[in-house]
Each structure stands twice: as C-alpha cells, then as structure tokens.
Design a protein. Structure first.
Ligand SMILES: NC(=O)c1ccc[n+]([C@@H]2O[C@H](COP(=O)([O-])OP(=O)(O)OC[C@H]3O[C@@H](n4cnc5c(N)ncnc54)[C@H](O)[C@@H]3O)[C@@H](O)[C@H]2O)c1
Ligand SMILES: NC(=O)c1ccc[n+]([C@@H]2O[C@H](COP(=O)([O-])OP(=O)(O)OC[C@H]3O[C@@H](n4cnc5c(N)ncnc54)[C@H](O)[C@@H]3O)[C@@H](O)[C@H]2O)c1
Lengths: 203, 203
DNA sequence: TTTTTATTGTATTTATTTTCACAAAAAATT
DNA sequence: AATTTTTTGTGAAAATAAATACAATAAAAA
C-alpha cells in the first residue's frame, strides 16, 4: 500500500500547532487561529474535526486540552519503536535527532549498517551489523523502519525488514520499493522535491 | 503558495526510472513497465503523458531518449543554484550529498550558519555567516533555499531569504512558514511522516 | 429580555484526480 | 490479405478533496 490519507497529515500538523499554543499559555482556540497556524482555511479545520467527531462550542471555539486528548485518541499515545537502516549522512542526522523524536513517543532503538566502522560510534543509539536486523526488530517490538541506504541495496534491505516483521517504512532512497499490499511506505525524494519546487517557481 | 501539482511529482519519478532503464541499455518502454517501476498504473502514466502532449507509438511503446528529451523540456535543463540555511545534522547531510545533486543540475553553492564553528569546515561547499545571505544569493543567482534551522528561527530566516530574492523553499523545520503568495514552499516534517505511517499501520 | 454578533457544523457545490472503457493504430500471425 | 493481438490515447465516469453557503447556537450587547 502506498500512502497516508491527506487529512491525517493535517491533523498531525494541528497537533503540533496546538502544543505550541498550549506552551504559550493559550487554552482556547478558534478554527481560524488554528488554520492560520497550520496553513489551511478555517473551514478545512472544522471539516477535519467534523469528520473525526471532534466538537467545539459554538461561538466559544475549541478547548486546546480537549483537542489534544481527542487527537491523541486518534493517533494513540503509546511508545513506538523505530530502527534506521544505513547510518550515512541522512541516517546519522536522524539518529542524532532521537532525543527530540522521543518527546513524540517515537523511539529510535537501533541503527544498522554494513560498514563495521559505523558500528563503533553510537550517537546515543546502538548500531548493529545488518545480520542483527531480524533479532533486534523482534526483540524490541519495532513496527517501523527508516531506510537510508544507497538505492542499489534499498529493495534488498526492504525485503529483510519486512521478513523481520516491519509494517511501515520511511524511505529516503530514490527508488519505489516493491512491498506487499499491507505494508505502508512513504518516500522522501529530496532531488525530486527540489526539482518540483523549481518547476513551480518557473511556472 | 503551497505545493506542487501531483502529476509533477510523478513526471519526476518517471524521469528517474527512465534514466535507470537507459543505464541498463533499454531503449523502448511500455506504459506498463514504467508504471511498474514508478509505482503507478499504466493508465496513469499514459494519462500524464497525454496531458503534457507526450506521444508514444501504438503497440510500440515509448522511446526512452525521446521521453527524456520531452521531460527535460518540461523541467528545463539549466543549472539551478541552491543554498542551505542551518548546517546542523540535516544541513550537513544535504551538503555532503551535493556531488549527487549536481548530476541533476542542482548545485548547492553555499551554506549559512550562525555558529562560527560551522563556518570553518566546508564539506565541499562554502559556509558563510547569515549576514552574507543576501550578498551570496544575489551574486550567485540562487532561486531556491533549504531551511534546516531550529523551528524557533525558521520564520526569521525565511523572511531574510525572501528579501534576498529566494523564490522557493524546502523547509525541514516543523513549522508552517508564512510567505507571500508567489513563493513556493514545500515542507518535510519527519516526525509527522513517521506518525502518519504508524497511524496507517494500525488502521 | 431582546437583538446583534461571532463562530461552529455540515449539506451542497465545485474542482481535482483517478479509474474505466473503448476506439484507433500498428505489429504479428494466420 | 485478412485476422488477431497488443498497446496507445483519450473521453466519460467515478472517486476524492476542497470551497461555499448557510442554519444553528451561544455569547455579548443593547
Ligand atoms: N544525503 C542526502 O541529502 C540525500 C539526498 C537525496 C537522497 N538521498 C538518499 O538517501 C539515502 C541515504 O543517503 P546518504 O547521503 O545518507 O548516503 P550515505 O552514502 O552517506 O550512507 C549510506 C549508508 O548506507 C550504508 N550501507 C550501504 N550498503 C548497505 C547495506 N547493504 N546494508 C546496510 N547498510 C548499507 C553505508 O555504509 C552508509 O553508511 C541514499 O539512497 C541517497 O540516495 C540522500
Ligand atoms: N535531524 C533530524 O532528523 C530532524 C528530524 C525532524 C525535524 N528536524 C528539523 O530540521 C531542522 C534542522 O534539524 P537538525 O537536526 O539539523 O538541527 P541542528 O540543531 O543539528 O542544526 C541546526 C543548525 O542551525 C543553526 N542555527 C541556529 N540558529 C540559526 C540562525 N538564527 N541562523 C542560522 N543558523 C542557525 C545551528 O547553528 C545549527 O548548526 C530543525 O528545525 C529540526 O526540528 C530534523
């Protein structure tokens, strides 16, 4: 399977914005304010909430704590374990961000690399050889992996990850992975993102 | 303005796949093969081509060189200069990939960071203090910037970039940037990507 | 208390994207 | 030469997503 309903992305963005508003001491918010912060229209906000049965008060807006509880009900607030395959430029950047991911209950519990020299330095996350993938994923109840290896080996690693029980993949390699229908894949292709932006600039 | 028509992303993916087929010595391709490689249906491929006036030969498929020429006509094949703001984990990973971006005519010509210690090491791309943003962007005809600074300062840097003439931004900071209508912004929020994948896994 | 104002919630409309259906053309086969 | 097969190209239909319009309601003002 490929991707992510588009309203889900917006709900996650709302969550982020709401946490920031809360930090600033705001308790109540109108769809207009939240839309402004999240880069969408006020109607879009209300419609999204409406679809998920989230209610505000007419003329009173939404209570931020309530909203956050409702959003946490949708997304769950249990711990999620993640691994990173390929501890090169991107992989390293990601595991070094782990401290911040942990605040969102996203825990990078291991990295994997074929290069033994990567297995020494740990950046706070243990790095294992690829032979350990299956064992580590099974022992740590890992559902999700980030692929940051060269595209030539990405499909191979993807297959290993799926055999080990991975259900979702965030893939940085510039290739479309072939996966069974029930596996969720999301791709980030930076070159294409840049080319897309430049295309739009020149439109 | 926000984002990128969805067919554009597919056309870029086709381009990538076609280059790989070409490298393998393939000259001619059917919509079915290209769709398979690009992760879309054959009809989607043909429809996308149809919209952009790209023709194949009935029962003969498409000539890869011709397709690549047509796609290059759409996207242009001139050199594109890019800068990166914030040479931390992500910024560093990106400028170290410059050699590969250059093959796609995407040239990272400079990085910027507020931290003087980042300005020494260059990773092949010169790193300047933020005060130089305007000068460097103007002197190098830079249209596009990558923002990889903490979210608290992202809007500020964004404003500086736009004043300096930047027209498109790829933003890694987890915040929605406020920009004039004509500026193109594309956001990559890794936490949200991961949370979105996990939501879909558990669906 | 009544009226006005501000805001939510949603049904309806409009726009966009994807899929379906199938004719047209060219190649291959008989 | 006629028939069958394969594949493109695209109009039409279906599905999805976003914007519009407006009723309902609660708060504020008169
Ligand atoms: N860095 C970027 O800005 C950038 C930009 C666009 C795309 N990408 C893509 O992201 C991916 C990672 O990029 P990067 O810059 O981090 O690459 P990198 O070369 O720095 O790192 C790749 C890592 O994968 C490891 N590796 C290689 N083969 C392996 C295998 N079989 N099993 C396990 N590990 C293996 C290498 O040892 C290395 O540490 C690549 O596919 C690249 O094309 C990166
Ligand atoms: N690394 C990741 O995997 C990851 C994941 C999710 C989100 N992000 C986001 O991407 C952005 C960059 O992340 P990172 O991990 O590279 O952060 P980082 O802290 O490693 O790097 C940030 C860099 O920005 C520089 N900086 C700070 N203020 C500046 C200013 N005013 N002007 C210029 N430079 C300034 C710092 O000196 C530092 O070099 C952040 O917004 C972060 O939230 C990163």
């Amino acid at each position: 399977m490929s991707l992510v309903r588009s309203d889900i992305g917006r709900l996650l963005q709302y969550k982020l914005c709401l946490l920031r508003f809360k930090e600033l001491g705001v308790n109540t918010i109108f769809s207009y304010n939240l839309g402004e912060a999240a880069g969408v229209t006020a109607v879009q906000v209300r419609k999204d909430f409406s679809v998920y049965g989230i209610k505000g008060r007419k003329r009173g807006g939404y209570n931020i704590d309530t909203l956050l509880i409702e959003l946490n009900n949708i997304f769950g607030n249990s711990r999620k374990n993640i691994v990173v395959v390929g501890i090169g430029n991107i992989g390293k950047a990601i595991i070094q961000y782990n401290e911040r991911f942990v605040k969102k209950n996203l825990h990078i519990v291991a990295g994997f690399d074929i290069d033994p020299s990567k297995q020494n330095k740990s950046y706070g996350v243990p790095i294992y050889p690829v032979e350990k993938i299956s064992e580590v994923i099974k022992n740590n109840n890992v559902s999700t992996a980030i692929i940051a290896v060269p595209f030539q080996v990405a499909q191979e690693l993807c297959n290993i990850l799926i055999s080990a029980g991975i259900k979702g993949i965030l893939n940085f390699a510039p290739i479309i992975l072939k996966v069974p229908d029930e596996i969720i894949v999301d791709n980030i292709n930076l070159s294409n993102k840049l080319e897309g932006i430049i295309y739009n600039i020149n439109l």
